[in-house]
Structure formats: C-alpha cells, structure tokens
Design a protein around this ligand. Structure first.
Ligand code: NZQ
Ligand code: ZN
Length: 389
C-alpha cells in the first residue's frame, strides 16, 4: 500500500425529503446569502427549485437563483455566475443538479475566494488555489460523484479544452442525497450516470499497485453493487432501493475511497474528455465509447489484473488467465450495451468521426500536443491514444 492522505469532509444527508434540511445545513456552514445554481430546467420543472426557495425563505436565508448550466459546463457561464454572486454579496454557493451544476458552483466558489483573478487560470494551473467559498449540493443525478469529490471539470468552449482541477478546496460542505429526486431522469442520462460511477472505480482499480487488499475489495464490492442495481434501475427507474444504492455508490466511487494506497490511472477519463471537448459528447457516453478499446489495448500488460476483475466483479471463475480477462472485458461491454450506451465511436449519436485527421487531433489534444502522457497502469502517449481512438 502506498502512502496516502485522505480527507473527505462532506456531510452526507441521505433519504426521502432530505432536501428539506438544506437551509439548516447552509446555516451550519456559515451561509446567509446564497447563490443557488441549477441546470437547463429539470429542477425547475420538477418543482425542486421552488421547494428549495421556500425552505431558504422560511429560514431567513437570502437567495439569488440562477439557472442555465449546460452539461459539460462552460467556462463563460461560470464566469457570469461568479459576477452575479459577487454583485449579490453571496457567502455560500448551492448547487441543485448533477456534476455540471456542482462543478460550476465549485468554480464560482474558487473565483469568489480570489477576487480579481480569472477562474480559468486555476484550471490551467497558472494560479494556485488557496481557498474557496463554501458549497452545498442537492443532488439530482447519481453519476459524477462531484457531490463529495475533490474535483471540478470545466470546458473552455472557445478553445475546446476540457480540464479538471483537483484540490481539497473543491470538497462540498454538505451533499443532500434524496433518491426520489432522480425519478425524472431521462433513461439515457441514468445510463450515463451508471457508466460514469462504474468508471470512477475502474479508473482506480486498474493500477500498477498489487498489494492493497482492503482498497481492492471495497472497489470490487462497489462495482458489483453498481452493476446489480444499475440493471434494476434501468428497467424500473422509480425503484427506491436500487436508486438508493446507486446514489450512494456514485458518491463512494469518486470520493477516493476506492483508490486509496494506489496510484490512479484515469486514462479512460482523459481520453473521454477530449471527445466531449470536441463533440460535446455526454460524459458517460464518452467513457463507454472508449473503454473496450482501451481495455483491449492495455490488457496484455497485466492480464492477471483483468482476470481478477472478471472473477470478483463478474463471477468468471473458469478458464485460463487470459480467457477470464477477455470474458471480463466482454461482460463489461455487454453491460454498457444493455444500458443503451455506445461502446465504440460508430455508436456515438450524432458524432461522425470518419476522418483519420480527427483521430490524430484527438490523440494529440489528449496529450497536450506531446507535453504529457496519461495513465499509470499503462502509460499512454500520442501513438497509443491514436490506436485506442
Ligand atoms: O440541465 P438539466 O435540465 O437539469 O438536465 C440535466 C442534464 O441534461 C439532466 N438531469 C439531471 N438531473 C435530472 C435531470 N433530468 C431530469 N431529472 C433529473 N433529476 O441530466 C443531464 C446531465 O446533467 P449533468 O449535471 O451534466 O450530469 P452529470 O452528473 O453526469 O455531470 C457530468 C459532468 O460532470 C463532470 C463531467 O465531465 C461532466 O462535465 N465530471 C465531474 C466530476 C467531478 N467533479 O468530480 C468527475 C466526473 O468524472 C466528471 O468528469
Ligand atoms: Zn467521470
């Protein structure tokens, strides 16, 4: 087990009607003037925003409500929201939505703590983050895990760059998880969420470290629970128990518990981010579209790891190491297909990647033009990324 430091301070408030505790939690973490962010309208249509507004009003908390966060959230919107928060004198940012809304809230919170500086400079590492205003979350989609993660991902739509920023300052103060709030999700978004949460543990599980029993077994349990309940929720989206398991798994899968003592890989995420940056592909779809190709590319570097994955997550106990490894990959791909997810580029809706030039561009962008490699399980450079794409 490698040395690690682990801090996961987010208070999780789980269960039916949990959103009614939002005002109490905001006060607990020092908020009195709140910028409330939401997405393209689902939270407004479901009545959730009105409920939150009422709860805040009753508690005497002043609120400025701002909708319009786009999936794969845009830098320009985050800048606009930061200005609005400053004008309002916000001392707290509340995200009502999924990863896109939460990440925008995190960007606003970092911006507010560094007046006069441009948000993007933190994402490009020109500036170091030294603080953030407090953020709270009312989660509406089990997926990105941003409600407890130390990460926030933004897209600069002008340069088509999608970049993540990891810092402990990104951890929300609290996250409200009411599984009933997910019932209105479009089926495709639910499938994207299931894929993403599985991938957060997969991208940690395929690692060069091999002597890490507790983390490995936690990771395997999380993946089994996601697969089992993903199947149920895909067929019955208002199944409270299945959605509860998914909602909690989404948080646990990305709060780093499933990767402690290991070096993270995260190649599939990096490969996927370039697809989203160039074609605005939904995050979960960007991952399922490259995973098969990535797995087949890297499998020979550690077939025994893939074989263990096949055994522990998919129950494949028969066969030689390589046969089991291949079966595990095949069953994962089949699972994505059963959710209606794309598993290769030709299955990506609305993305016609036919030219070799596009593949080369994607590979180059992913490696910042050759300035970096991605992954630890198997280090990928431009030619490797090109092969996988
Ligand atoms: O915008 P609205 O109208 O709310 O609709 C959203 C959006 O279209 C819809 N939705 C969410 N909850 C709903 C609902 N529709 C009906 N009923 C509900 N209850 O779902 C769509 C997707 O929302 P989004 O917030 O984009 O989903 P997700 O949580 O998957 O977030 C994806 C973003 O998070 C980033 C991704 O790259 C992507 O930008 N990630 C953030 C991470 C982090 N901060 O730790 C880690 C992840 O790996 C990921 O990169
Ligand atoms: Zn993800």
């Amino acid at each position: 087990m490698q040395s690690f430091e682990y801090k996961c301070p987010t208070e999780v408030v789980f269960g039916k009607d949990a959103e009614l505790k939002t005002a109490e939690k905001i006060k607990k973490y020092g908020g009195s003037r709140v910028l409330v962010l939401y997405g393209g309208g689902s939270a407004k249509r479901s009545g959730l925003i009105d409920r939150i507004e009422t709860v805040l009003q009753q508690a005497g908390i002043a609120a400025e409500i701002m909708g319009g966060v786009h999936p794969n959230p845009r830098l320009s919107f985050a800048r606009e929201a930061e200005k609005r928060a400053e004008l309002f004198g916000a001392d707290f940012v509340l995200a009502v939505g999924g990863g896109s809304v939460i990440d925008t809230a995190k960007a606003v919170a970092i911006g507010l703590a560094h007046p006069g500086k441009d948000i993007w400079d933190f994402w490009t590492r020109k500036e170091a983050v030294t603080g953030a205003y407090p953020v709270g979350v009312v989660l509406t989609i089990p997926a990105a895990g941003s409600e407890t993660s130390d990460s926030a991902v933004l897209t600069d739509e002008e340069t088509k760059r999608k970049r993540g920023l990891n810092t402990d300052f990104n951890r929300p103060q609290f996250a409200v998880l009411n599984p009933e709030l997910t019932y209105t999700l479009p089926s495709f978004q639910l499938s994207c969420g299931i894929t993403d949460m599985l991938m957060h543990t997969l991208d940690r599980y395929f690692t060069i470290d091999r002597n890490n029993q507790l983390t490995d077994e936690i990771a395997e349990a999380v993946m089994r629970v996601i697969v089992r309940n993903g199947r149920v929720a895909h067929c019955d989206q208002t199944n409270y128990d299945a959605m509860s398991e998914l909602m909690w798994s989404g948080s646990v899968s990305h709060n780093n518990l499933t990767g402690l003592g290991n070096e993270k890989d995260f190649s599939v995420h990096q490969l996927g981010h370039e697809l989203s940056a160039m074609f605005d592909v939904a995050h979960g779809a960007s991952l399922s579209a490259v995973w098969d190709s990535w797995a087949n590319y890297v499998m020979s570097s550690a077939p025994e790891r893939f074989a263990r994955y096949a055994e522990k997550v998919w129950g494949v106990w028969n066969g030689e190491t390589e046969e089991k490894a291949k079966a595990g990959i095949m069953l994962t791909v089949r699972f994505f297909r059963s959710l209606g997810m794309p598993t290769c580029f030709s299955e990506l809706q609305g993305v016609g990647i036919q030219s070799d030039e596009v593949l080369k561009q994607l590979a180059s962008n992913c490696m910042y033009g050759g300035e970096r490699t991605v992954g630890t399980f198997c280090k990928l450079d431009i030619p490797a990324a090109y092969e996988i794409y």
